[in-house]
Design a protein around this ligand. Structure first.
Ligand code: GUN
Length: 281
């Protein structure tokens, strides 16, 4: 039987758990605050940033918003980050990506204190994940682990194939699945016989950025299919997976919208509340 994984419901569960932790901290006199930085006014980024601020309000966290003009220099942005690193009442710093072309994204990511790196993008956070030490984990892959676990899907010993090797999703996803004792394969644009490799997967995680590319020809009967893609089309949103064609072949599938998407923000809220313990160590 095919099950649709309800990312909206699971993300609400997580946000409600965070809300309780935020309230408990508040009772001890501790306020949790996320700084949200956006440079320029890319409409998609504005939607994400607004959703992040709304999630802060829902969980009882404070958010401080920094909306900087497109022509902000790298030096100006780096000096804001330094100020936020030094402010004790700021727990998490989120710089919305992508940044304008004249700003070096890596330099900005490196400037954020690893103790406030709630996106999990800092090389120290990625390195810690790689060698199994505590640190922030990138929100989308962390959210996918929660989707699997909270749907009762076993990961240990399973064949997991990931399509896509980005720093934000593919690579941390592979490390997390490895931590959960899956056998992991990462595929990419140069992979030979992609369909055959994907057909080995008990758990197939798709993050390629191509609308509806994955059909039933890539999916083993009874596999779990996780769709990270999101594309705006005239008919509405769709993912990297052709839901109609694949859903009859798998045991579990995430829809778009309402699958992986809402989990990213839920895990950001989770990381923010966890940052408090890291900062008081
Ligand atoms: N742009 C797209 N996804 C993300 C994300 O998870 N974090 C940040 N900071 N920017 C993004």
């Amino acid at each position: 039987m095919m099950n649709i994984i309800d990312g909206k419901a699971i993300s609400k569960q997580i946000k409600d758990e965070v809300k309780e932790k935020v309230a408990a901290l508040k009772a001890q006199g501790v306020t949790v605050t996320l700084a949200v930085v956006q440079v320029g006014n890319d409409p998609a980024s504005s939607v994400y940033v607004n959703n992040k601020k709304k999630a802060c309000a829902y969980t009882g966290m404070e958010s401080e918003s920094f909306e900087l003009p497109e022509e902000t220099t790298q030096e100006e942005l780096l000096s804001l980050i330094e100020e936020l690193n030094n402010r004790k009442e700021i727990n998490g710093i989120l710089v919305q990506l992508p940044l304008p072309e004249h700003i070096d994204e890596n330099a900005v990511i490196r400037a954020i204190s690893p103790k406030k790196d709630v996106d999990g993008f800092h090389p120290q956070s990625v390195g810690a994940l790689c060698i199994g030490q505590p640190g922030f984990v990138s929100c989308t892959p962390a959210g996918i682990i929660e989707l699997l676990k909270r749907s009762g899907i076993e990961i240990a010993g399973k064949e997991c194939v990931i399509i896509g090797r980005s720093n934000i999703v593919g690579k941390p996803m592979a490390l997390l699945m490895l931590r959960e004792n899956a056998t992991v394969t990462i595929t990419h644009s140069k992979t030979k016989d992609l369909k055959d490799v994907c057909k080995r997967a008990d758990i197939l995680i798709v993050a390629i950025g191509k609308p509806q590319m994955i059909t039933e020809e890539y999916v083993k009967e009874g596999a779990v299919v996780i769709d990270v893609g999101i594309h705006r089309r005239e008919e509405g949103l769709c993912g990297d997976v052709d839901f109609e064609r694949v859903s009859g072949h798998c045991s579990y599938i995430t829809p778009v919208p309402g699958g992986v998407g809402p989990m990213t923000i839920a895990m950001l809220m989770h990381n923010c509340v966890e940052s408090v313990a890291l900062q008081t160590e």
